[in-house]
Design a protein around this ligand. Structure first.
Ligand SMILES: NC(=O)c1ccc[n+]([C@@H]2O[C@H](COP(=O)([O-])OP(=O)(O)OC[C@H]3O[C@@H](n4cnc5c(N)ncnc54)[C@H](OP(=O)(O)O)[C@@H]3O)[C@@H](O)[C@H]2O)c1
Length: 272
């Protein structure tokens, strides 16, 4: 597949971020298909680009690359509609699920496209990632050979470091991403809510957790495994852990205790 024309199917957080970033590096968006074409006014697009929706489709021919950035559960039905309504012969369709593999868009393959999954490992919200964030991130790609090749080309264009993942590894890969990204986020918010119960003086100049979290995260990234961990769990200080579990809400205490047990098992495994 040559050329750098693309379409976005599903202009949500990732779709819009890719739209902006790909256009920034000189790719041309020819079409955006949304659930409602009312989003047109909120997108920064060339005048030639078409914005439409499934109920009011306009005439456009599928470009070489179609990025399917709908939620995971929508990939299969949307792929079926794409296969029914667009000429996909010789095109590449890439969906962006971290969990699901290329086969989820199998109906596009049956319609003549090469299909792949293309997953950037970063959190894409509002505001969208900066160029520097894209360039510090990796992208797991798998699928038909032409789709993998194109996926790598898309990744290279926006500065992502791409690698080919085995389809059967995707659930574990995605679970690892959720642990590192989402669970960290949840832990910080949960910790902040607990801290707010501690009568911190009003007007604290910055988030008191920031320095702690940043130094801990840096230690985790420089460590080989768990040797950089500090605190009661690392010290095996059961009495302190018990006091923590007493004061935390039940579900958080359960999660904390489960991680402490995981650490203990890991340490025993290392000393075997
Ligand atoms: N955000 C991230 O950090 C991130 C990172 C890596 C990968 N991903 C993956 O990217 C995909 C999208 O995630 P997201 O966070 O961008 O979700 P999102 O913000 O909810 O965006 C999904 C978009 O798809 C649209 N959509 C839903 N059904 C559609 C349909 N039938 N036809 C056309 N458009 C449709 C939604 O429209 P409405 O707004 O009208 O519902 C919305 O604009 C998921 O597979 C996710 O795993 C996300």
């Amino acid at each position: 597949v040559s050329g750098s024309d693309f379409a976005i199917i599903g202009p949500g957080r990732l779709g819009r971020a890719l739209l902006a970033r790909l256009q920034q590096v000189g790719w041309r968006c020819v079409a955006v298909r949304a659930r409602s074409s009312a989003v047109a006014g909120t997108l920064d697009l060339p005048a030639t680009a078409v914005v439409d929706d499934w109920d009011n489709p306009r005439r456009w021919s599928a470009p070489p690359v179609l990025l399917l950035t709908v939620p995971d559960r929508q990939i299969r039905p949307v792929a079926e509609r794409m296969a029914a309504e667009l000429d996909l012969i010789g095109r590449v369709v890439l969906h962006t699920s971290g969990l699901l593999d290329a086969d989820e868009a199998g109906s596009c393959r049956a319609a003549g496209a090469a299909v792949g999954s293309w997953h950037p490992l970063l959190s894409v919200g509002d505001p969208a990632p900066t160029a520097a964030s894209w360039e510090a991130a990796t992208c797991a790609v798998e699928g038909d050979p032409a789709a993998v090749e194109t996926g790598r080309r898309v990744a290279a264009a926006i500065g992502l470091w791409a690698w080919t993942i085995r389809p059967e590894d995707k659930p574990r890969y995605h679970a690892a991403a959720a642990l590192a990204g989402n669970i960290t986020h949840l832990c910080i918010v949960a910790a902040r809510l607990e801290l707010q119960k501690c009568a911190l003086p009003p007007g604290t100049p910055f988030d008191p957790l920031r320095a702690l979290v940043e130094t801990s995260v840096n230690a985790a990234f420089t460590a080989r495994e768990l040797e950089g961990l500090t605190g009661a769990i690392a010290r095996g200080d059961a009495a302190t852990i018990a006091r923590h579990l007493d004061v935390l809400p039940r579900d958080l205490a359960d999660a904390y205790a489960a991680l402490a047990r995981w650490f203990q098992a890991r340490r025993e495994h290392d000393s075997d």
